[in-house]
Ligand binder design. Structure first.
Ligand code: BTN
Length: 240
Protein backbone atom coordinates (compact mmCIF):
# COMPACT_ATOMS: atom_id res chain seq x y z
CA UNK A 1 0.00 0.00 0.00
CA UNK A 2 1.50 3.35 -1.03
CA UNK A 3 0.31 6.74 0.13
CA UNK A 4 1.36 9.64 -2.09
CA UNK A 5 0.85 13.38 -1.72
CA UNK A 6 0.66 14.01 -5.42
CA UNK A 7 0.84 12.05 -8.66
CA UNK A 8 -0.31 12.38 -12.28
CA UNK A 9 -2.86 9.57 -11.93
CA UNK A 10 -2.93 6.67 -9.47
CA UNK A 11 -3.85 4.35 -12.38
CA UNK A 12 -0.71 5.41 -14.27
CA UNK A 13 1.44 5.11 -11.15
CA UNK A 14 0.25 1.59 -10.34
CA UNK A 15 0.74 0.52 -13.97
CA UNK A 16 4.35 1.72 -13.74
CA UNK A 17 4.82 -0.22 -10.49
CA UNK A 18 3.23 -3.43 -11.83
CA UNK A 19 5.26 -3.35 -15.02
CA UNK A 20 8.47 -3.04 -12.97
CA UNK A 21 7.47 -5.69 -10.45
CA UNK A 22 4.20 -7.60 -11.09
CA UNK A 23 2.09 -7.92 -7.96
CA UNK A 24 -0.94 -6.70 -6.06
CA UNK A 25 -0.72 -3.14 -4.77
CA UNK A 26 -2.87 -0.25 -3.67
CA UNK A 27 -1.81 3.31 -4.44
CA UNK A 28 -3.62 6.31 -3.05
CA UNK A 29 -2.84 9.98 -3.55
CA UNK A 30 -4.01 13.21 -1.92
CA UNK A 31 -4.32 14.84 -5.32
CA UNK A 32 -3.87 14.02 -9.00
CA UNK A 33 -2.53 16.39 -11.65
CA UNK A 34 -3.91 14.31 -14.54
CA UNK A 35 -6.75 12.24 -13.06
CA UNK A 36 -8.60 10.34 -15.78
CA UNK A 37 -12.18 9.17 -16.14
CA UNK A 38 -13.54 6.76 -18.72
CA UNK A 39 -13.27 7.72 -22.38
CA UNK A 40 -11.73 11.13 -22.90
CA UNK A 41 -12.94 12.53 -19.58
CA UNK A 42 -10.72 14.04 -16.91
CA UNK A 43 -11.44 13.27 -13.24
CA UNK A 44 -11.73 16.34 -11.01
CA UNK A 45 -9.01 15.74 -8.39
CA UNK A 46 -8.50 18.66 -5.96
CA UNK A 47 -6.07 18.12 -3.06
CA UNK A 48 -6.62 16.64 0.39
CA UNK A 49 -10.37 16.40 0.24
CA UNK A 50 -11.44 13.29 -1.70
CA UNK A 51 -10.26 9.74 -2.32
CA UNK A 52 -8.29 8.76 -5.41
CA UNK A 53 -6.87 5.27 -5.34
CA UNK A 54 -6.03 2.34 -7.58
CA UNK A 55 -5.62 -1.37 -7.01
CA UNK A 56 -3.83 -3.98 -9.06
CA UNK A 57 -5.60 -7.34 -8.93
CA UNK A 58 -3.77 -10.43 -10.11
CA UNK A 59 -6.20 -12.34 -12.34
CA UNK A 60 -3.70 -15.04 -13.32
CA UNK A 61 -4.33 -16.16 -16.87
CA UNK A 62 -7.78 -14.62 -17.18
CA UNK A 63 -8.49 -13.35 -20.68
CA UNK A 64 -9.56 -9.82 -21.34
CA UNK A 65 -13.28 -10.37 -21.92
CA UNK A 66 -13.62 -11.99 -18.48
CA UNK A 67 -12.78 -8.75 -16.71
CA UNK A 68 -16.19 -7.14 -17.30
CA UNK A 69 -17.95 -9.04 -14.52
CA UNK A 70 -15.08 -8.08 -12.19
CA UNK A 71 -15.72 -4.40 -12.81
CA UNK A 72 -19.44 -4.92 -12.07
CA UNK A 73 -18.45 -6.79 -8.89
CA UNK A 74 -16.32 -3.84 -7.77
CA UNK A 75 -19.35 -1.59 -8.29
CA UNK A 76 -21.30 -3.84 -5.92
CA UNK A 77 -18.47 -3.63 -3.35
CA UNK A 78 -18.51 0.17 -3.47
CA UNK A 79 -22.27 0.22 -3.13
CA UNK A 80 -22.14 -2.04 -0.06
CA UNK A 81 -19.41 0.00 1.65
CA UNK A 82 -20.75 3.46 0.82
CA UNK A 83 -24.25 2.63 2.01
CA UNK A 84 -22.82 2.87 5.52
CA UNK A 85 -21.80 6.50 5.01
CA UNK A 86 -24.87 8.00 3.40
CA UNK A 87 -28.56 8.06 4.13
CA UNK A 88 -29.30 9.19 0.55
CA UNK A 89 -30.55 6.85 -2.14
CA UNK A 90 -27.37 5.28 -3.52
CA UNK A 91 -27.58 3.67 -6.96
CA UNK A 92 -25.29 2.09 -9.51
CA UNK A 93 -25.30 3.27 -13.08
CA UNK A 94 -23.96 0.71 -15.54
CA UNK A 95 -21.19 -0.15 -15.73
CA UNK A 96 -20.07 1.06 -12.32
CA UNK A 97 -20.73 4.70 -11.50
CA UNK A 98 -22.28 5.51 -8.14
CA UNK A 99 -24.98 8.12 -7.76
CA UNK A 100 -26.65 9.66 -4.73
CA UNK A 101 -30.06 11.19 -5.43
CA UNK A 102 -29.27 11.33 -9.14
CA UNK A 103 -25.79 12.94 -8.90
CA UNK A 104 -22.51 11.16 -9.45
CA UNK A 105 -20.45 10.63 -6.29
CA UNK A 106 -17.92 8.01 -7.45
CA UNK A 107 -16.53 6.46 -10.61
CA UNK A 108 -14.37 3.46 -11.41
CA UNK A 109 -11.85 3.21 -14.21
CA UNK A 110 -10.85 -0.41 -14.88
CA UNK A 111 -8.00 -1.19 -17.23
CA UNK A 112 -6.14 -4.38 -18.04
CA UNK A 113 -2.45 -5.00 -18.41
CA UNK A 114 -0.66 -8.21 -19.30
CA UNK A 115 2.84 -8.87 -18.07
CA UNK A 116 5.57 -10.52 -20.12
CA UNK A 117 4.80 -13.75 -18.25
CA UNK A 118 1.21 -13.58 -19.66
CA UNK A 119 -0.36 -12.74 -16.32
CA UNK A 120 -3.40 -10.48 -16.41
CA UNK A 121 -3.74 -7.62 -13.94
CA UNK A 122 -6.87 -5.59 -13.57
CA UNK A 123 -6.05 -2.00 -12.65
CA UNK A 124 -9.05 -0.61 -10.86
CA UNK A 125 -8.98 3.11 -10.16
CA UNK A 126 -11.59 4.62 -7.90
CA UNK A 127 -12.45 8.26 -7.40
CA UNK A 128 -14.86 9.18 -4.61
CA UNK A 129 -15.99 12.72 -3.86
CA UNK A 130 -15.75 12.85 -0.08
CA UNK A 131 -15.39 16.35 1.39
CA UNK A 132 -15.48 18.55 -1.72
CA UNK A 133 -17.96 21.38 -1.26
CA UNK A 134 -17.84 22.95 -4.72
CA UNK A 135 -17.39 21.67 -8.26
CA UNK A 136 -16.39 23.47 -11.44
CA UNK A 137 -19.47 24.86 -13.27
CA UNK A 138 -19.50 22.10 -15.89
CA UNK A 139 -19.86 19.45 -13.13
CA UNK A 140 -21.93 21.34 -10.58
CA UNK A 141 -25.30 20.07 -11.83
CA UNK A 142 -24.22 16.46 -12.18
CA UNK A 143 -21.79 15.75 -9.34
CA UNK A 144 -22.07 15.50 -5.60
CA UNK A 145 -19.96 14.52 -2.59
CA UNK A 146 -20.66 12.77 0.71
CA UNK A 147 -20.18 16.15 2.39
CA UNK A 148 -22.79 17.87 0.21
CA UNK A 149 -25.27 15.06 0.80
CA UNK A 150 -24.76 14.56 4.52
CA UNK A 151 -23.72 18.10 5.55
CA UNK A 152 -20.75 16.82 7.55
CA UNK A 153 -17.05 16.15 7.00
CA UNK A 154 -15.87 12.56 6.70
CA UNK A 155 -12.69 10.82 7.75
CA UNK A 156 -11.14 9.70 4.45
CA UNK A 157 -8.98 6.97 6.04
CA UNK A 158 -12.02 5.32 7.57
CA UNK A 159 -13.83 5.29 4.23
CA UNK A 160 -10.74 4.03 2.40
CA UNK A 161 -10.37 1.12 4.85
CA UNK A 162 -14.02 0.22 4.44
CA UNK A 163 -13.79 0.32 0.63
CA UNK A 164 -10.62 -1.77 0.52
CA UNK A 165 -12.09 -4.40 2.84
CA UNK A 166 -15.31 -4.42 0.84
CA UNK A 167 -13.49 -4.89 -2.46
CA UNK A 168 -11.40 -7.73 -1.03
CA UNK A 169 -14.54 -9.51 0.20
CA UNK A 170 -16.26 -9.15 -3.17
CA UNK A 171 -13.24 -10.33 -5.16
CA UNK A 172 -13.02 -13.44 -2.94
CA UNK A 173 -16.75 -13.98 -3.51
CA UNK A 174 -16.24 -13.59 -7.26
CA UNK A 175 -13.29 -15.99 -7.38
CA UNK A 176 -15.26 -18.59 -5.41
CA UNK A 177 -18.71 -18.35 -7.01
CA UNK A 178 -18.39 -16.13 -10.07
CA UNK A 179 -21.34 -13.74 -10.46
CA UNK A 180 -23.89 -16.15 -8.92
CA UNK A 181 -24.59 -14.00 -5.85
CA UNK A 182 -23.23 -10.71 -7.14
CA UNK A 183 -25.39 -10.46 -10.28
CA UNK A 184 -28.74 -10.37 -8.41
CA UNK A 185 -27.29 -7.75 -6.07
CA UNK A 186 -26.02 -5.69 -8.99
CA UNK A 187 -29.48 -5.82 -10.64
CA UNK A 188 -31.10 -4.64 -7.43
CA UNK A 189 -28.77 -1.66 -7.01
CA UNK A 190 -28.90 -0.52 -10.63
CA UNK A 191 -31.87 1.71 -11.47
CA UNK A 192 -32.43 1.87 -15.18
CA UNK A 193 -33.89 -1.59 -15.87
CA UNK A 194 -36.93 -1.43 -18.13
CA UNK A 195 -36.23 2.23 -19.02
CA UNK A 196 -35.67 3.63 -22.49
CA UNK A 197 -32.03 4.56 -22.90
CA UNK A 198 -29.39 5.45 -25.44
CA UNK A 199 -26.02 3.81 -25.35
CA UNK A 200 -23.70 5.47 -27.82
CA UNK A 201 -25.75 5.53 -31.04
CA UNK A 202 -28.09 2.65 -30.09
CA UNK A 203 -31.52 3.12 -28.54
CA UNK A 204 -33.83 0.69 -26.78
CA UNK A 205 -34.99 -0.71 -23.46
CA UNK A 206 -32.36 -1.54 -20.88
CA UNK A 207 -33.17 -5.15 -20.31
CA UNK A 208 -30.63 -6.84 -18.11
CA UNK A 209 -26.98 -7.41 -17.34
CA UNK A 210 -25.49 -10.63 -18.66
CA UNK A 211 -23.37 -13.00 -16.55
CA UNK A 212 -20.45 -11.67 -18.63
CA UNK A 213 -21.07 -8.18 -17.24
CA UNK A 214 -22.50 -6.82 -20.51
CA UNK A 215 -25.52 -4.55 -20.78
CA UNK A 216 -28.40 -6.15 -22.72
CA UNK A 217 -30.32 -3.58 -24.76
CA UNK A 218 -33.55 -4.54 -26.52
CA UNK A 219 -33.91 -2.48 -29.67
CA UNK A 220 -37.31 -1.64 -31.21
CA UNK A 221 -36.72 -4.33 -33.84
CA UNK A 222 -36.74 -6.89 -30.99
CA UNK A 223 -33.05 -7.48 -31.49
CA UNK A 224 -31.07 -7.77 -28.20
CA UNK A 225 -27.55 -6.33 -28.25
CA UNK A 226 -24.87 -6.76 -25.62
CA UNK A 227 -22.59 -3.81 -24.79
CA UNK A 228 -19.40 -3.94 -22.77
CA UNK A 229 -18.56 -0.25 -22.80
CA UNK A 230 -20.33 3.03 -23.42
CA UNK A 231 -22.32 5.71 -21.69
CA UNK A 232 -25.96 5.11 -20.86
CA UNK A 233 -28.31 8.10 -21.14
CA UNK A 234 -31.92 8.00 -20.08
CA UNK A 235 -34.05 9.12 -23.05
CA UNK A 236 -36.70 10.90 -20.95
CA UNK A 237 -34.01 13.10 -19.47
CA UNK A 238 -32.50 13.82 -22.89
CA UNK A 239 -35.87 15.07 -24.12
CA UNK A 240 -36.37 17.16 -21.00
C1 BTN B 1 -15.27 7.56 -14.41
O1 BTN B 1 -16.33 7.64 -13.77
O2 BTN B 1 -15.19 8.04 -15.55
C2 BTN B 1 -14.10 6.88 -13.77
C3 BTN B 1 -13.37 7.79 -12.82
C4 BTN B 1 -12.17 7.14 -12.17
C5 BTN B 1 -11.34 8.13 -11.39
C6 BTN B 1 -10.27 7.47 -10.60
S1 BTN B 1 -9.47 8.54 -9.45
C7 BTN B 1 -8.26 7.33 -9.13
C8 BTN B 1 -7.90 6.71 -10.47
N1 BTN B 1 -6.88 7.49 -11.14
C9 BTN B 1 -7.35 8.05 -12.27
O3 BTN B 1 -6.69 8.79 -13.04
N2 BTN B 1 -8.64 7.70 -12.46
C10 BTN B 1 -9.12 6.85 -11.40
Amino acid sequence: MRFLESVDSTNEEIKRIVSRSPGEYAVTSDCQSAGRGRGENAWYSPGVTNLYFSLSLDMGEMIEKDIYPVTAAIGVALHRSLSRFTTGELTLKWPNDLYIRGRKVAGILCEVIRTQAERTFIISGIGLNVNTNTFPPELAERATSLFLEEKKLFNREEILASLLNGIETVIDEFLEKGMETLLPEYRKRCTLWGRRVMIDAAEGIMQDISPRGGLLLKEDSGNVREFFAGTVELIERLNG
